[in-house]
Design a protein around this ligand. Structure first.
Ligand code: SF4
Length: 342
């Protein structure tokens, strides 16, 4: 791994240790949603859904992004793809500035950056046969003639484990797992480099989840894909990720390689999430940490450390000072005043 930044910069952000093979570099990304009020519908407040998130993903890598509902992980994924306009920050894909790209440049970038949604049924038009749905990207981008598009659809269906003779069926004729395979085929047909997987297995039965996860891993091996994999379930993220970022209330709480994070969680929030993962061995017991209350509103986040109202380790400083996101051990970043001290 080649470091292109000096060691003195390395403590400032996870991007300080940027690698030459990074496909995606996200720097201090912010996405605020204005709240309008009054007769003139002026902006009276901001919902800080994503509030200064930085990370990199190298080619062929999977970065898992995990956290409770409302932590900003899906908004991060959609803002990276510019499906939502960022408020501030930088998104660099293969050296190209995504947030400043013109419409023409963005059209080209969209071929390389695809998304798989949580609910494949909602993302498929029920009146359109799946072959047409899968081919949609090719048609939008004017790739190939009708016969070539049909061949490509059949090829991609085979790749995701669907029988090509089913191209003329409608979405309701497929099971949930098959519909998610159709969603993956829609992304794959554009031969992307990066796929944002936005909770792709959350709506599926557990038995089907592992099939879809294994398919994603197999496709990554075969096609050299890079994933930003978003989930609220740490065990799902553990299964597929090389590195994992834990988000809380619009900010990154912890970021490390998967093995390091699961062996040595340093943020109390990560510890709490991990304590909820079931252990398959009935003789092994783990103390469950039950977090009190819900995630506070991003409209009015708590002062200091945003986790302090729910943190059983909070001290006075936590209420006043926002902990910096620091590299506590090599390549392991944490935002906690007392990281690893408990
Ligand atoms: Fe808990 Fe304080 Fe660490 Fe925040 S900074 S996670 S409140 S110990």
């Amino acid at each position: 791994m080649t470091q292109i930044y000096s060691t003195s910069e390395a403590s400032q952000s996870p991007n300080s240790a940027r690698r030459n093979d990074d496909l995606l570099v996200v720097e201090d990304l912010k996405k605020y949603f204005p709240v309008k009020g009054g007769i003139l519908r002026r902006t009276v407040a901001q919902v800080k859904a994503v509030d200064g998130v930085s990370f990199t993903i190298k080619r062929g890598e999977t970065l898992g992004l995990v956290g409770e509902s409302g932590c900003g992980k899906s908004t991060t994924g959609r803002t990276v793809l510019r499906l939502l306009n960022a408020t501030e920050g930088k998104v660099n894909f293969e050296g190209k500035d995504v947030l400043k790209a013109s419409n023409r440049e963005m059209k080209a970038l969209r071929r390389d950056m695809q998304i798989v949604f949580q609910d494949p049924y909602a993302s498929l038009d029920p009146r359109i046969i799946v072959g047409e749905s899968i081919a949609e990207g090719l048609k939008i981008h004017g790739i190939g003639n009708a016969s070539e598009q049909r061949d490509r659809v059949r090829e991609v269906m085979l790749k995701v484990g669907l029988r090509p003779e089913l191209t003329r069926r409608f979405p309701h004729e497929f099971s949930g797992g098959q519909r998610q395979r159709i969603g993956i085929a829609r992304a794959l047909i554009m031969e992307p480099k990066l796929i944002v997987c936005d909770e792709p297995v959350s709506a599926l039965d557990v038995s089907i989840q592992s099939q879809v996860l294994n398919l994603l891993k197999q496709l990554q091996r075969e096609l050299g894909l890079t994933y930003l994999f978003i989930a609220h379930n740490l065990s799902v993220v553990e299964h597929i990720s090389d590195r994992v970022g834990v988000m809380y209330l619009g900010k990154m709480a912890e970021l490390a390689t998967r093995d390091e994070l699961f062996r040595n969680p340093m943020h109390p929030y990560t510890k709490a999430l991990m304590s909820a993962i079931p252990i398959p061995d009935p003789t092994v017991r783990r103390e469950r940490i039950i977090l009190q209350g819900d995630v506070p509103s991003p409209l009015n986040p708590p002062s200091g450390c945003r986790f302090h109202p729910r943190c059983w380790l909070a001290k006075e400083i936590c209420k006043e000072v926002d902990p910096p996101f620091e590299e506590k051990v090599p390549a392991h970043w944490v935002a906690c005043h007392f990281a690893g001290e408990f």
